[in-house]
Design a protein around this ligand. Structure first.
Ligand SMILES: NC(=O)c1ccc[n+]([C@@H]2O[C@H](COP(=O)([O-])OP(=O)(O)OC[C@H]3O[C@@H](n4cnc5c(N)ncnc54)[C@H](OP(=O)(O)O)[C@@H]3O)[C@@H](O)[C@H]2O)c1
Length: 222
């Protein structure tokens, strides 16, 4: 089961539909059970497959792959809430980007831990295996379910097995390619790319901009 915490939001809804369309069991989490159930019903009706809705804690309990899809500023509180349902066999995937707007300039800032993903790892300690991915995949593109996705996403994580498992979950979304980004600290390099993509989306006045790497057609060296 895949749980998406904050799955009522733009990114979470898109991910929920794409994974459910790929045949995965999906539960979206929210701070409000009623809101989660309502949006889960709407998404299920859209794609003709069942998506469940629950509180963030209930969703975390029922899943072995848990995606954190909330604004970075809200993640600490949510993590404290779901902590009792985490365990070292679970993967916790951060899709978060610490964005801020200062005097009209959109930037990605570095939290004290180095990145959003490392902040998550610091908060949960060893209670889950933390990975990061999906920061460069646009919610709008995910939600256009009649269009195939294009592009790559970089997967980072210190636990090599969890990273490989995450890559395989990511690639269940049709057409999305997972790139092995190595250690979790490399999220520091990935998260800021989102600010660039948002900027280009506005500059070119297109619905979404993604990334695609060339030259990575073999497994990474060890
Ligand atoms: N949107 C994109 O295209 C995109 C792409 C890549 C990565 N991301 C990253 O993915 C994360 C989610 O993005 P999003 O656009 O889906 O965000 P969002 O729609 O603003 O928020 C997602 C959900 O998080 C919950 N939430 C909102 N504020 C919260 C708070 N202060 N504390 C705890 N929960 C809160 C809400 O769910 P409930 O009210 O139901 O609890 C909301 O529906 C962000 O960190 C973003 O940087 C977004």
């Amino acid at each position: 089961m895949i749980a998406i915490l904050g799955g009522t939001g733009d990114l979470g809804q898109g991910l929920a539909m794409r994974w459910a369309m790929a045949g995965e069991k999906v539960i979206i989490g929210s701070r409000s059970k009623e809101k989660a159930e309502k949006i889960a019903q709407e998404l299920s009706a859209k794609i003709g497959r069942t998506i469940l809705g629950a509180t963030n804690l209930e969703a975390t309990k029922s899943a072995d792959f848990v995606v954190l899809s909330v604004p970075f500023e809200g993640c600490e509180k949510i993590l404290e809430e779901v902590m009792p349902a985490l365990s070292p066999d679970k993967i916790l995937l951060s899709a978060m980007v610490p964005l801020k707007q200062t005097e009209g300039l959109l930037t990605c800032y570095s939290p004290p831990a180095g990145s959003a993903a490392e902040t998550v790892a610091q908060i949960v300690g060893g209670r889950a295996r933390v990975c990061s991915a999906l920061q460069t995949v646009g919610a709008q593109e995910l939600q256009r379910i009649d269009h195939p996705l294009e592009g790559d996403t970089v997967v980072c994580g210190d636990d090599a097995q969890a990273r490989r498992q995450t890559m395989s979950y990511v690639e269940k979304i049709a057409n999305l390619r997972a790139i092995d980004g190595g250690r979790l600290c490399n999220s520091r390099l990935v998260e800021p790319v989102t600010a660039l993509l948002i900027k280009l989306t506005g500059r070119y006045k297109v619905p979404a901009v993604g990334i695609k790497f060339v030259g990575l057609d073999k497994s990474p060296g060890l």
